[in-house]
Write a protein that binds this ligand. Structure first.
Ligand code: MN
Ligand code: MN
Length: 327
């Protein structure tokens, strides 16, 4: 990864030049400055830090999400700073940086959780917003732990085809990509009544997960309700219910219809369009965003990088929310 190229008139360019990515091969997310968060002072001035989490040891069916950080970085070079709807320069305003991938033995789930929590905590400690790209959804739990340790019990916006409040019954292990929200609720990381689940639609073995979510105070807007109300209204309602609390957005790309996001391990037909997903995040303007992840992107199952491009856009929309919040 290269140092940013100097631009005349700018004291510190927010992105390197487009030609730099042609020259470099692998480039940082969005051609942003690349830093090692473990180096003291490296995060100074950064409003957000992007991290890759190359982990798919929690995938129950098709794997591949561990490859997403490489592919999404590559296609993210096409994203530029100025937001066409919010009318702000996201990169100049927020000064986000790429903190690299969280490194851990790729077969040790406990080490993964410890390393992700440490990496996110380091970012919270300097007042910046961690924005993670998985990896499978099990990487969200340590990120939520770090966010709650810093900000207290959170409002969580969970966009997913699945509840992810399963337990050890099906797979004999309480930690996989179908369980992070259950742990987050039981550990008190989510404020009572502040789990907002959006676009859920997968079939389940029985009504238990649905009942569990609602019984623990989750507000579930399933795909039927989202289709009926529209994403603008859903986002508006969620904003009102969150009412300024510190908020974490955990975005499983399988919330989006496999026609738009085929590169994912547990696809479910009948989901959001990519336009609805982007619109939903834009309509969350005003959210006090303290952390975000985009998960379950499996480039090996993708076509024409569709899902990687969409993931890059979702990360950018998250950065935009953080930039709006920081103004
Ligand atoms: Mn899912
Ligand atoms: Mn999920």
């Amino acid at each position: 990864m290269n140092a940013p190229i100097a631009v005349p008139g700018a004291e510190r360019p927010s992105q390197s030049a487009a030609l730099d990515y042609v020259r470099s091969g692998q480039i940082p997310f969005f051609r942003l400055p690349s830093v090692d968060p473990a180096v003291p002072g490296s995060l100074e001035g950064a409003g957000a830090v992007l991290l890759g989490v190359p982990w798919d040891g929690g995938s129950t069916y098709q794997a591949g999400a561990k490859l997403a950080p490489w592919h999404v970085r590559r296609v993210s070079a096409l994203v530029q700073g100025f937001h066409p709807v919010h009318r702000i320069d996201v990169f100049r305003g927020l000064r986000p940086v790429d903190g690299g991938n969280v490194a851990f033995p790729p077969f040790d789930p406990t080490a993964m959780r410890e390393c992700v929590e440490d990496a996110a905590a380091r970012i919270h400690a300097v007042g910046a917003v961690p924005i993670l790209l998985g990896g499978d959804h099990s990487i969200a739990l340590p990120a939520l732990r770090a966010a709650a340790a810093r900000h207290g019990a959170l409002a969580v916006v969970h966009v997913d085809a699945h509840y992810d409040t399963s337990d050890a019954t099906v797979w004999g292990d309480a930690h996989h990509h179908g369980t992070p929200l259950r742990h987050a609720v039981l550990e008190g990381l989510v404020a009572r009544g502040q789990l907002h689940q959006v676009a859920v639609r997968a079939t389940t073995s029985d009504e238990q997960e649905n009942r569990w979510s609602r019984g623990h105070g989750a507000r579930v807007r399933d795909m039927e309700e989202v289709a009926e109300l529209g994403v603008e209204r859903v986002a508006g309602e969620i904003l009102r219910e969150i009412a300024g609390r510190p908020a974490y957005v955990t975005f499983d790309v399988d919330a989006i219809d496999p026609a738009f996001a085929p590169g994912t391990g547990t696809p479910v037909s009948g989901g959001l369009t990519s336009r609805e997903a982007i619109r939903f995040l834009r309509c969350l303007e005003g959210l006090h965003l303290v952390g975000m992840d985009v998960v379950e992107v499996s480039p090996n199952l993708d076509h024409a990088d569709l899902t990687s491009h969409l993931a890059a856009q979702l990360l950018y929309e998250g950065l935009a929310l953080a930039a709006l919040d920081a103004r």
